[in-house]
Design a protein around this ligand. Sequence first.
Ligand SMILES: [Zn+2]
Length: 250
Amino acid sequence: MGPLCLDDVVPLTLTTVTFPSFHPFAGQTGIVNAFAIRHPEGVVLVDTGIGEGNAFVDQSYRPQRRAIGDELRVVDLSISDVIAVVNGHLHFDNIGGNSLFPGVPIFVQKAEWDVAHAGGATYRQERIDFDVLDWVDFPGATYCRVDGEHEVVPGVRLVPTPGHTPGHQAVLIETDEGLAAIAGQVPYDHVEWDWLRTERSMLESETGDSLQNVVVGDPETYLASAIRLVELGPRNVHFTHDRIIWRQRE
Ligand SMILES: [Zn+2]
């Protein structure tokens, strides 16, 4: 179909974090990706990283940030090219830069919105006592709460993949070279993707169930969502916390 190619899904590594002592990955470093989709109608930005000004986040995760505008400029794009933002889900590391986009439609699943604004688990994560609703509810915020699948621009489609949170969503991009998927956190990384392709079962982490505590809200739902995505057979798959893009071998 359309004029897009696989390289039009551009990962932007916005933040490096060091996981705090209370986290199952304590002491390890991690990354937070966002993604720019270069579409003929403009840029669709998927996620906006960790925001600024929250003392708890800064002290516990010690984020090292790169500005979204700077990262876009590296690939000859700019903030003003962004015609739509997608939040894969409403955790603190996906929404921090939303306020850079007043008046720009921000797409989130209604289920995610409702849980977040009810103060639910998706928002107040276990043992993390902070509120980042002000990163969501900023002056000029223009949310499009969608309920199920939705086409943002031609060839760019949101697909609910609940499990990490109740309203987690993936983004599917039709390109001339095949389907690309921004999986977000369902599944977590390219290792889990490979496992799911052959095993169709949960990948148990080396540290017992700790990975599931972090990554998986509802294991049954998570697995069903991940398998559904796997079965769509995307050629490229992107993950929020993985530097590696999974690519189908020829
Ligand atoms: Zn999350």
